[in-house]
Design a protein around this ligand. Sequence first.
Ligand SMILES: N=CN[C@@H](CCC(=O)O)C(=O)O
Ligand SMILES: [Zn+2]
Length: 398
Amino acid sequence: MTLLVTGIGELTTLDEARTSGTDPLGLLADAAVVVEDDGAVAWVGAASDAPAADEVLDVDGRAVLPAFVDSHTHLVFAGDRAAEFEARMAGTPYDGGGIATTVAATAAAGDDELRALLAVRVAELRAQGTGAVEIKSGYGLDLAAETRLLRLAAEVTDEVTFLGAHVVPPAYAGRREEYVALVTGPMLAAATPYARWADVFCEPGSAHAFDGDESRTVLEAARDAGLGLRVHGGQLGPGPGVRLAVELGAAAVDHCTYLTDADVDALAGSDTVATLLPGVEFSTRSPYPDARGLLDAGVSIAVATDCNPGTCSSSSMPFVIALAVREMGLTPAEAVRAATLGGATALRRPDLGRVTVGARPGLTVLDAPSYRHLAYRPGVPLARTLSATLPALPGGRS
Ligand SMILES: N=CN[C@@H](CCC(=O)O)C(=O)O
Ligand SMILES: [Zn+2]
């Protein structure tokens, strides 16, 4: 079974063979795409040259893009922290302390409740054009609870990240090294069947998160257990997270709100993607990362939502794109590239984020003639996935 999507007014291919300095998206006008049953792209070209297919969908001049890749989320949780957000808007700074509130609410929820909450969130992001999503644990913080969150995340995505090293739970106050031993020992062993990645909240300035030595211990253990590495670094202040991520070959270091020149130098020329999460700066009233400076230095960047109950309770990649343009100095094309190919690179998934033969990106269609409208019309629900790469949701919601 093949589907011909035709009548595409503007196709963002992100095909390396079509991109250039003046066209970072590899645009094709009046285009068509043929997609196989399993989501694989079989043909891309001018609509007038399109081959026959089993089904035809005419999108009537709309813009089509590879589905967004949201490479940083914390979607498995219960409860909300709207009151914490309200206090922050009145001046209370974010320090990670509220994570304990979500850990307690999540512990009180059964599997079915968490599964249903997760399904709603995944449906929400698909409805806004996201086709692939990374999901972290980190609201369990004991062996059984972390394993449960990883198991539930693995029901909806292949991109599951073990974040036992989110914060040191209060029960381990004064015994931090015992918690690090738990994370790098039994918890890690229980996590590996479900997780592709491991992550650590490396933030020496926070009493709750992990310092450079603790983070190194966590990341080296995870690497030795065969997991790929990701790092939360430079969120609340400059720290060792970025250079540690680069040194250990992490796929991505995320936040990068506060970077030193040495951090930027380390990232430039490395294989580590700097993932920027401007919804967090919006929701915590923080300064935005210097995306322009990173790109100009030759750093590979992605943008993602970081959807979580504390620092950014939005699942909207279009919102992130609009912020990246308005607040971080990216062009609309650079922001779209960071939300698609950038996220795919941050997840080391060459099959995502580009509309090329053999890739399985999922297609996102805009109720607009151009990708530019994503930033130009913020808050307007323009984007939706046509064929998402996410599996069908439990309970048949898709
Ligand atoms: N900073 C660490 N983790 C999340 C926030 C988690 C929370 O506050 O619940 C983040 O990426 O911002
Ligand atoms: Zn995060």
